[in-house]
Design a protein around this ligand. Structure first.
Ligand SMILES: [Zn+2]
Length: 148
């Protein structure tokens, strides 16, 4: 998938759209199938983002989907590391305590066994698996449960 910033030649509305590939965009644009969500105009073209890198053929370098995914995962990891408390194997216990109002809500992350995950799900405790690329490095835990 590739995301393009597009601009309508009729009303100058700027918008974004996903395409299966750059070829898919080219084909759809050539057949005038890419429509402006504001005025349904078909004079849609790629918006040039600054700073754009132009090659000698005056083509704008396309965003690298893999680099984008990597950057996205990196930011997700940083967000979790900065904003979520790592509770390790106490995750199920902590999530349950918050759900039942025994402790204040706070963003946490940690590990569960598959059994714990099923139990949380059955109890309706909101917990989502964190995809591996989005999980930060586990912080070291000091004895006594406090997190560095
Ligand atoms: Zn338009």
């Amino acid at each position: 998938m590739i995301r393009y910033a597009l601009i309508c030649g009729d009303c100058e509305h700027a918008f974004e759209a996903w395409f299966a590939s750059s070829e898919a965009y080219d084909t759809q644009a050539r057949r005038r199938l890419v429509a402006c969500p504001e005025c349904d105009g078909r004079s849609v073209s790629k918006q040039i983002m600054a700073p754009a890198v132009r090659t000698s053929e005056r083509k704008v370098a396309e965003p690298d989907a893999e680099a984008f995914a990597k950057e996205f995962a990196k930011r997700a990891r940083e967000h979790v590391a900065e904003n979520f408390d790592y509770v390790g194997e106490d995750f199920a216990e902590e999530a349950r305590a918050m759900y039942y109002g025994e402790t204040d809500d706070r963003p946490i992350w940690g590990e569960t066994t598959p059994e714990e995950r099923e139990a949380l799900k059955a109890e309706g405790v909101p917990a989502l698996p964190l995809p591996a690329p989005f999980a930060p490095k586990k912080p070291k835990r000091r004895p006594g449960g406090a997190v560095n």
